[in-house]
Design a protein around this ligand. Structure first.
Ligand code: FMN
Length: 382
């Protein structure tokens, strides 16, 4: 019988499905609900020391819907989701109380603290120390929020700069007593650069990807870009099924980096996961865990049960006993384009040689009326 239980960086998870940082982990109440519904781990909405600086706007989401497929409410299915939401606007002390309460009510639940601070060593180390004293099981460093925070040298401003990233991850690793993952922004040309920086600083793993900087569209009546707040907007972060191909590619590149330069480190994959099939693809690209954020906002917390059942069925079909049995299994099939050209030329040449060999009659019984001329040619010289 296959099992979904898995141990990642020493954390024991009942299954690889993790609530990604965002609204689905925005307070103790919903985090408790996620544990009750069977999620393997929960990453809280990103916390910071001074939440009074966090001021959100309404509306702050804008969605893209399919013109062809309907969801269960009879509306075009949502495939893309932009948000201009900031990190948590709830106070740090409130969060510390909730972390303690959650560890009392759900001692088995793996509670991961998403953390972000300004470029200040004391602030980062203070925050990490106080959260781990409150009992969190590990950290995910949000170096990747593409809107709002970069104006204050936080989030993607750090994630886009490998030197800054390495320095801050280093500060965290000086004080962290639990595993640390650094969350990558996809808004870079080479994802290996920030991933390498955080792993070089000692982080146990990386998460990829955060949202993709985007402008979701323009209202053609008002001519205002969406989501419009008092008629104006700002570029936001794109998520949901539309981003999955980009996320998978980046996970593949990070996995190859881990294999070659940091064996044993972990990857947590996310971006558009809504089904067990999506999750299996991220695991095949080398992810140890798979996070879901937008999917929970569309389907609710209960979707994890179907994902678990279907992932087990997939494992059974292929004869995989554990997640590690198929983690990274698709990675060897990525190569360069020039190698594809060579492989195809070799395969065609081999096929032609086999066909020529077939035409070369070895006994008179093999002569065939349809192929008679080709068979004669194959035996001839000149
Ligand atoms: C409304 C919303 C709020 C988010 N807030 C955070 C956040 O506070 N911290 C963070 O690290 N990521 C945040 N994210 C990013 C997600 O965790 C995730 O990286 C991204 O949305 C891609 O995954 P998905 O397609 O499963 O949502 C947020 C995403 C959404 C849609």
């Amino acid at each position: 019988m296959p099992t979904l239980e898995t141990t990642v960086d020493g954390l024991k998870l009942p299954n690889p499905f993790v609530i990604g940082s965002g609204p689905p982990g925005t307070n103790g109440k919903v985090i408790g609900r996620a544990f009750d519904d069977g999620w393997g781990a929960v990453i809280c909405k990103t916390v910071s020391l001074d939440a009074s600086k966090v001021v959100n706007v309404q509306p702050r989401y804008a969605r893209l819907r399919s013109r062809h497929t309907m969801d269960e409410k009879g509306q075009g299915e949502i495939y893309g989701w932009e948000n201009i939401e900031l990190i948590s606007d709830r106070s740090f002390d409130t969060w510390l109380d909730e972390f303690k309460a959650l560890k009392d009510s759900h001692p088995e639940g793996v509670l991961i603290c998403s953390a972000m601070e300004e470029y200040d060593k004391t602030a980062w180390q203070d925050m990490i120390g106080r959260c781990q004293d409150a009992g969190v099981d590990s950290f995910e460093l949000n170096m990747s929020c593409p809107h709002g925070m970069p104006e204050r040298r936080m989030g993607a401003a750090v994630g886009e700069n490998p030197d800054l990233l390495e320095e801050i991850c280093g500060w965290v690793m000086e004080v962290a007593k639990v595993p640390v993952w650094a969350k990558m922004t996809p808004n870079v040309t080479h994802i290996e650069d920030p991933a390498r920086a955080s792993l070089r600083a000692g982080c146990q793993g990386v998460s990829a990807i955060n949202t993709i900087r985007s402008c979701v569209g323009v209202d053609l009546d008002t001519l205002r870009p969406e989501p419009a707040v008092e008629g104006y907007t700002t570029p936001g972060g794109y998520s949901g099924p539309a981003v999955k191909p980009i996320a998978l590619r980046m996970c593949m590149e990070i996995s190859k980096l881990i294999e070659s330069e940091f064996p044993g480190r972990s990857l947590s994959g996310l971006g558009g996961v809504e089904t067990s099939h999506d999750a299996a693809e991220f695991i095949l690209m080398g992810s140890s865990t798979v996070q879901v954020c937008t999917g929970v906002m569309k389907m609710g917390y209960g979707c994890v049960q179907q994902m678990c059942d279907e992932l087990l069925a997939f494992m059974e079909k292929h004869g995989f006993e554990t997640i590690d049995d198929f983690r990274g299994k698709s990675l060897p099939y990525f190569t360069s384009h020039s190698d594809l050209v060579k492989k195809q030329a070799d395969a065609r040449a081999a096929k032609k040689a086999a066909a020529d060999k077939k035409k070369m009659v070895r006994g008179d019984a093999e002569w065939d009326g349809d192929d008679f001329v080709e068979q004669s040619d194959a035996l001839a010289r000149g």
